[in-house]
Design a protein around this ligand. Structure first.
Ligand code: C2E
Ligand code: MG
Ligand code: MG
Ligand code: MG
Length: 280
Protein backbone atom coordinates (compact mmCIF):
# COMPACT_ATOMS: atom_id res chain seq x y z
CA UNK A 1 0.00 0.00 0.00
CA UNK A 2 2.84 2.38 0.81
CA UNK A 3 4.47 4.19 -2.10
CA UNK A 4 7.69 4.50 -0.16
CA UNK A 5 10.43 3.72 -2.69
CA UNK A 6 12.64 2.08 -0.11
CA UNK A 7 9.93 0.13 1.69
CA UNK A 8 9.64 -3.54 0.85
CA UNK A 9 6.40 -5.48 1.11
CA UNK A 10 7.13 -6.43 4.70
CA UNK A 11 7.15 -2.78 5.79
CA UNK A 12 4.13 -2.00 3.63
CA UNK A 13 1.90 -4.53 5.29
CA UNK A 14 3.12 -4.49 8.84
CA UNK A 15 1.28 -1.33 10.02
CA UNK A 16 -2.03 -2.67 8.71
CA UNK A 17 -1.49 -6.03 10.38
CA UNK A 18 -0.70 -4.18 13.57
CA UNK A 19 -3.99 -2.26 13.42
CA UNK A 20 -5.89 -5.48 12.81
CA UNK A 21 -4.16 -7.16 15.72
CA UNK A 22 -4.84 -4.13 17.90
CA UNK A 23 -8.52 -4.07 16.92
CA UNK A 24 -8.72 -7.78 17.64
CA UNK A 25 -7.18 -7.30 21.05
CA UNK A 26 -9.62 -4.49 21.93
CA UNK A 27 -12.64 -6.48 20.71
CA UNK A 28 -11.47 -9.64 22.48
CA UNK A 29 -11.11 -7.79 25.76
CA UNK A 30 -14.54 -6.17 25.35
CA UNK A 31 -16.06 -9.52 24.39
CA UNK A 32 -14.88 -11.10 27.64
CA UNK A 33 -17.18 -8.73 29.57
CA UNK A 34 -20.00 -8.44 27.03
CA UNK A 35 -22.38 -11.06 28.43
CA UNK A 36 -21.80 -10.04 32.05
CA UNK A 37 -22.33 -6.37 31.13
CA UNK A 38 -25.67 -7.15 29.48
CA UNK A 39 -24.47 -5.98 26.04
CA UNK A 40 -25.78 -9.06 24.24
CA UNK A 41 -29.32 -9.71 23.11
CA UNK A 42 -31.07 -11.97 20.63
CA UNK A 43 -33.07 -11.11 17.54
CA UNK A 44 -35.47 -13.61 16.01
CA UNK A 45 -35.99 -14.10 12.29
CA UNK A 46 -39.19 -15.82 11.08
CA UNK A 47 -38.94 -19.13 9.21
CA UNK A 48 -42.06 -19.94 7.20
CA UNK A 49 -43.54 -22.83 5.26
CA UNK A 50 -42.68 -22.31 1.57
CA UNK A 51 -46.10 -23.38 0.35
CA UNK A 52 -48.52 -21.83 2.84
CA UNK A 53 -46.45 -19.00 4.29
CA UNK A 54 -47.35 -20.24 7.79
CA UNK A 55 -44.85 -19.42 10.53
CA UNK A 56 -42.91 -22.56 11.53
CA UNK A 57 -40.36 -20.98 13.84
CA UNK A 58 -37.70 -18.37 14.45
CA UNK A 59 -33.92 -18.41 14.19
CA UNK A 60 -32.21 -16.74 17.15
CA UNK A 61 -29.46 -14.37 15.99
CA UNK A 62 -26.97 -12.89 18.42
CA UNK A 63 -26.50 -9.12 18.62
CA UNK A 64 -23.76 -7.23 20.45
CA UNK A 65 -24.05 -3.52 21.23
CA UNK A 66 -20.88 -2.16 22.82
CA UNK A 67 -21.37 1.16 24.73
CA UNK A 68 -18.57 2.89 22.76
CA UNK A 69 -17.96 0.72 19.72
CA UNK A 70 -21.65 0.45 18.84
CA UNK A 71 -23.27 -2.50 17.11
CA UNK A 72 -20.84 -5.20 16.06
CA UNK A 73 -21.89 -7.83 13.53
CA UNK A 74 -21.84 -11.51 14.55
CA UNK A 75 -20.08 -12.16 11.25
CA UNK A 76 -17.19 -10.29 12.87
CA UNK A 77 -17.32 -11.16 16.57
CA UNK A 78 -18.44 -14.82 16.43
CA UNK A 79 -15.28 -15.94 14.56
CA UNK A 80 -13.26 -13.84 17.01
CA UNK A 81 -14.95 -15.47 20.00
CA UNK A 82 -14.32 -18.88 18.42
CA UNK A 83 -10.60 -18.14 17.93
CA UNK A 84 -10.24 -16.80 21.46
CA UNK A 85 -12.06 -19.85 22.88
CA UNK A 86 -14.83 -17.67 24.30
CA UNK A 87 -17.71 -19.03 22.26
CA UNK A 88 -18.73 -21.72 24.78
CA UNK A 89 -19.93 -19.34 27.56
CA UNK A 90 -21.47 -16.96 25.01
CA UNK A 91 -23.17 -19.87 23.25
CA UNK A 92 -24.50 -21.16 26.55
CA UNK A 93 -26.03 -17.74 27.27
CA UNK A 94 -27.61 -17.75 23.77
CA UNK A 95 -29.10 -21.20 24.31
CA UNK A 96 -30.55 -20.44 27.75
CA UNK A 97 -31.92 -17.06 26.64
CA UNK A 98 -33.51 -18.45 23.46
CA UNK A 99 -35.20 -21.30 25.36
CA UNK A 100 -36.53 -18.93 28.03
CA UNK A 101 -37.78 -16.32 25.54
CA UNK A 102 -39.40 -18.94 23.27
CA UNK A 103 -41.45 -20.15 26.24
CA UNK A 104 -43.26 -16.81 26.24
CA UNK A 105 -44.58 -17.03 22.68
CA UNK A 106 -48.31 -17.66 22.31
CA UNK A 107 -47.65 -19.90 19.32
CA UNK A 108 -45.46 -22.87 20.29
CA UNK A 109 -43.31 -22.69 17.16
CA UNK A 110 -39.72 -23.88 17.06
CA UNK A 111 -36.65 -21.84 17.97
CA UNK A 112 -33.38 -22.46 16.12
CA UNK A 113 -30.06 -21.70 17.81
CA UNK A 114 -26.70 -21.53 16.04
CA UNK A 115 -23.99 -23.67 17.61
CA UNK A 116 -20.26 -23.36 16.93
CA UNK A 117 -18.07 -26.43 16.32
CA UNK A 118 -16.09 -25.78 19.49
CA UNK A 119 -19.22 -26.17 21.61
CA UNK A 120 -19.79 -29.62 20.09
CA UNK A 121 -16.22 -30.68 20.66
CA UNK A 122 -16.95 -30.64 24.38
CA UNK A 123 -18.86 -33.69 25.77
CA UNK A 124 -20.32 -31.49 28.57
CA UNK A 125 -22.36 -29.56 25.99
CA UNK A 126 -25.14 -32.20 26.19
CA UNK A 127 -25.63 -31.29 29.86
CA UNK A 128 -25.84 -27.60 28.92
CA UNK A 129 -28.60 -28.33 26.39
CA UNK A 130 -30.50 -30.56 28.83
CA UNK A 131 -30.25 -27.93 31.55
CA UNK A 132 -31.36 -25.09 29.24
CA UNK A 133 -34.48 -27.15 28.43
CA UNK A 134 -35.15 -28.13 32.05
CA UNK A 135 -34.68 -24.61 33.44
CA UNK A 136 -36.85 -22.94 30.81
CA UNK A 137 -39.45 -25.70 30.57
CA UNK A 138 -39.19 -25.63 26.76
CA UNK A 139 -40.17 -29.02 25.26
CA UNK A 140 -37.17 -30.56 23.49
CA UNK A 141 -38.99 -30.81 20.16
CA UNK A 142 -39.34 -27.02 20.05
CA UNK A 143 -35.56 -26.58 20.00
CA UNK A 144 -33.47 -26.91 16.88
CA UNK A 145 -29.69 -26.55 16.80
CA UNK A 146 -28.02 -25.27 13.63
CA UNK A 147 -24.57 -26.65 12.94
CA UNK A 148 -22.32 -26.09 9.94
CA UNK A 149 -20.37 -28.66 7.95
CA UNK A 150 -17.14 -27.47 9.56
CA UNK A 151 -18.04 -29.38 12.73
CA UNK A 152 -17.15 -32.61 10.92
CA UNK A 153 -13.79 -31.35 9.64
CA UNK A 154 -11.78 -31.86 12.81
CA UNK A 155 -10.70 -35.48 13.23
CA UNK A 156 -10.89 -37.43 16.46
CA UNK A 157 -13.43 -35.26 18.27
CA UNK A 158 -16.58 -36.31 20.07
CA UNK A 159 -18.82 -34.07 17.93
CA UNK A 160 -20.74 -36.89 16.24
CA UNK A 161 -21.31 -38.59 19.61
CA UNK A 162 -22.43 -35.28 21.17
CA UNK A 163 -24.85 -34.71 18.27
CA UNK A 164 -26.29 -38.20 18.83
CA UNK A 165 -26.86 -37.48 22.51
CA UNK A 166 -28.54 -34.19 21.63
CA UNK A 167 -30.84 -36.08 19.22
CA UNK A 168 -31.61 -38.51 22.05
CA UNK A 169 -32.89 -35.56 24.10
CA UNK A 170 -35.48 -35.03 21.33
CA UNK A 171 -33.83 -31.86 19.98
CA UNK A 172 -33.69 -31.38 16.20
CA UNK A 173 -30.61 -30.62 14.16
CA UNK A 174 -30.25 -28.66 10.96
CA UNK A 175 -27.27 -28.29 8.69
CA UNK A 176 -26.61 -24.57 8.18
CA UNK A 177 -25.05 -22.75 5.20
CA UNK A 178 -25.11 -25.95 3.18
CA UNK A 179 -22.87 -25.90 0.14
CA UNK A 180 -20.43 -23.27 1.38
CA UNK A 181 -18.08 -25.60 3.27
CA UNK A 182 -16.17 -28.68 2.26
CA UNK A 183 -19.40 -30.45 1.38
CA UNK A 184 -18.95 -34.14 1.89
CA UNK A 185 -22.08 -36.23 1.91
CA UNK A 186 -20.78 -38.91 4.27
CA UNK A 187 -21.94 -37.26 7.46
CA UNK A 188 -25.48 -36.84 6.11
CA UNK A 189 -25.83 -40.59 6.56
CA UNK A 190 -24.13 -40.58 9.96
CA UNK A 191 -26.10 -37.80 11.68
CA UNK A 192 -29.87 -37.43 11.59
CA UNK A 193 -30.57 -33.89 10.42
CA UNK A 194 -34.18 -32.70 10.20
CA UNK A 195 -33.35 -30.10 7.63
CA UNK A 196 -30.70 -28.71 5.35
CA UNK A 197 -30.42 -24.94 5.07
CA UNK A 198 -29.39 -23.88 1.59
CA UNK A 199 -27.04 -20.92 1.82
CA UNK A 200 -28.20 -17.51 0.62
CA UNK A 201 -25.43 -17.38 -2.00
CA UNK A 202 -27.19 -20.14 -4.01
CA UNK A 203 -30.57 -18.42 -3.75
CA UNK A 204 -29.08 -15.11 -4.95
CA UNK A 205 -27.20 -16.75 -7.83
CA UNK A 206 -30.18 -18.85 -8.87
CA UNK A 207 -32.47 -15.83 -8.97
CA UNK A 208 -29.98 -14.18 -11.36
CA UNK A 209 -30.43 -17.18 -13.63
CA UNK A 210 -27.10 -18.86 -12.89
CA UNK A 211 -27.82 -22.40 -14.10
CA UNK A 212 -25.28 -24.11 -11.85
CA UNK A 213 -26.88 -22.58 -8.74
CA UNK A 214 -30.33 -23.72 -9.87
CA UNK A 215 -28.99 -27.22 -10.52
CA UNK A 216 -27.37 -27.34 -7.06
CA UNK A 217 -30.57 -26.26 -5.28
CA UNK A 218 -32.52 -28.86 -7.25
CA UNK A 219 -30.00 -31.58 -6.35
CA UNK A 220 -29.93 -30.66 -2.64
CA UNK A 221 -33.75 -30.67 -2.50
CA UNK A 222 -33.83 -34.13 -4.14
CA UNK A 223 -31.12 -35.45 -1.82
CA UNK A 224 -32.81 -34.05 1.29
CA UNK A 225 -36.22 -35.33 0.30
CA UNK A 226 -34.94 -38.86 -0.35
CA UNK A 227 -33.26 -38.77 3.07
CA UNK A 228 -36.51 -37.54 4.67
CA UNK A 229 -35.15 -34.09 5.45
CA UNK A 230 -36.68 -30.67 4.88
CA UNK A 231 -34.91 -27.90 2.98
CA UNK A 232 -34.87 -24.27 4.05
CA UNK A 233 -33.87 -21.61 1.52
CA UNK A 234 -31.92 -18.86 3.31
CA UNK A 235 -31.84 -15.19 2.36
CA UNK A 236 -35.03 -14.96 0.29
CA UNK A 237 -35.37 -11.21 -0.34
CA UNK A 238 -38.03 -10.88 -3.07
CA UNK A 239 -41.29 -12.41 -4.23
CA UNK A 240 -39.52 -13.72 -7.34
CA UNK A 241 -36.96 -15.52 -5.19
CA UNK A 242 -39.77 -16.98 -3.09
CA UNK A 243 -41.57 -18.30 -6.18
CA UNK A 244 -38.32 -19.71 -7.54
CA UNK A 245 -37.31 -21.66 -4.41
CA UNK A 246 -40.90 -22.80 -3.99
CA UNK A 247 -40.87 -24.17 -7.56
CA UNK A 248 -37.53 -25.83 -6.90
CA UNK A 249 -39.20 -27.68 -4.03
CA UNK A 250 -37.72 -26.04 -0.92
CA UNK A 251 -40.00 -26.78 2.03
CA UNK A 252 -39.23 -23.76 4.18
CA UNK A 253 -38.05 -20.21 3.51
CA UNK A 254 -36.34 -17.53 5.51
CA UNK A 255 -35.26 -14.06 4.48
CA UNK A 256 -35.94 -10.34 4.50
CA UNK A 257 -38.97 -10.89 2.23
CA UNK A 258 -40.73 -12.70 5.10
CA UNK A 259 -39.18 -10.76 7.94
CA UNK A 260 -35.93 -9.35 9.22
CA UNK A 261 -34.44 -10.51 12.49
CA UNK A 262 -36.75 -8.91 15.09
CA UNK A 263 -36.36 -7.82 18.71
CA UNK A 264 -37.91 -10.39 21.05
CA UNK A 265 -41.11 -8.40 21.74
CA UNK A 266 -41.80 -7.99 18.02
CA UNK A 267 -41.16 -11.68 17.42
CA UNK A 268 -43.56 -12.42 20.22
CA UNK A 269 -46.23 -10.28 18.51
CA UNK A 270 -45.63 -12.07 15.18
CA UNK A 271 -46.01 -15.44 16.93
CA UNK A 272 -49.22 -14.23 18.59
CA UNK A 273 -50.74 -13.03 15.31
CA UNK A 274 -49.88 -16.30 13.54
CA UNK A 275 -51.54 -18.18 16.40
CA UNK A 276 -54.73 -16.10 15.97
CA UNK A 277 -54.67 -16.66 12.20
CA UNK A 278 -54.38 -20.41 12.75
CA UNK A 279 -57.31 -20.37 15.21
CA UNK A 280 -59.58 -18.25 12.97
P1 C2E B 1 -26.54 -17.78 9.71
O1 C2E B 1 -26.77 -18.70 10.83
O2 C2E B 1 -26.46 -18.37 8.35
O3 C2E B 1 -27.72 -16.70 9.80
C1 C2E B 1 -28.32 -16.10 8.70
C2 C2E B 1 -27.76 -14.72 8.46
O4 C2E B 1 -28.31 -14.18 7.27
C3 C2E B 1 -28.10 -13.72 9.56
O5 C2E B 1 -27.03 -12.77 9.63
C4 C2E B 1 -29.35 -13.04 8.99
O6 C2E B 1 -29.59 -11.76 9.55
C5 C2E B 1 -28.97 -12.96 7.54
N1 C2E B 1 -30.13 -12.89 6.66
C6 C2E B 1 -31.34 -13.47 6.82
N2 C2E B 1 -32.14 -13.22 5.79
C7 C2E B 1 -31.44 -12.46 4.94
C8 C2E B 1 -31.75 -11.86 3.66
O7 C2E B 1 -32.84 -11.99 3.11
N3 C2E B 1 -30.74 -11.16 3.07
C9 C2E B 1 -29.52 -10.98 3.66
N4 C2E B 1 -28.62 -10.25 3.01
N5 C2E B 1 -29.20 -11.53 4.84
C10 C2E B 1 -30.16 -12.26 5.47
P2 C2E B 1 -26.43 -12.31 11.03
O8 C2E B 1 -27.53 -12.18 12.04
O9 C2E B 1 -25.56 -11.15 10.77
O10 C2E B 1 -25.54 -13.55 11.46
C11 C2E B 1 -24.43 -13.93 10.71
C12 C2E B 1 -23.90 -15.27 11.15
O11 C2E B 1 -23.36 -15.17 12.49
C13 C2E B 1 -24.93 -16.38 11.22
O12 C2E B 1 -25.20 -16.90 9.94
C14 C2E B 1 -24.24 -17.35 12.13
O13 C2E B 1 -23.29 -18.11 11.43
C15 C2E B 1 -23.51 -16.43 13.09
N6 C2E B 1 -24.30 -16.31 14.35
C16 C2E B 1 -25.33 -15.48 14.64
N7 C2E B 1 -25.78 -15.70 15.90
C17 C2E B 1 -25.01 -16.71 16.40
C18 C2E B 1 -24.99 -17.41 17.66
O14 C2E B 1 -25.80 -17.18 18.57
N8 C2E B 1 -24.04 -18.38 17.81
C19 C2E B 1 -23.16 -18.69 16.81
N9 C2E B 1 -22.26 -19.66 17.04
N10 C2E B 1 -23.17 -18.08 15.62
C20 C2E B 1 -24.08 -17.10 15.42
MG1 MG C 1 -28.06 -20.20 11.18
MG1 MG D 1 -27.34 -19.98 7.62
MG1 MG E 1 -25.67 -18.24 6.01
Amino acid sequence: RSKDAGGGTFHCYEPQLHVQAEERRVLELALRQAVANGEMHLNYQPVVDAGTGTLTGFEALLRWTHPELGTISPAKFVPLAEDARMIAPIGEWVLRTACTEAMRWANPVRVAVNVSPEQLHNPAFVTVVASALANSGLPADRLELEVTESVFMKEGTCAVRVLEQILDLGVRLSLDDFGTGYSSLGYLSRTRFSSIKIDRSFVTQASKGVREAIAIIRAVVALASSLGMATTAEGVETEDEHLMVQQLGCTKVQGYYFGRPLPVEEARAVAGRSQEAAAA
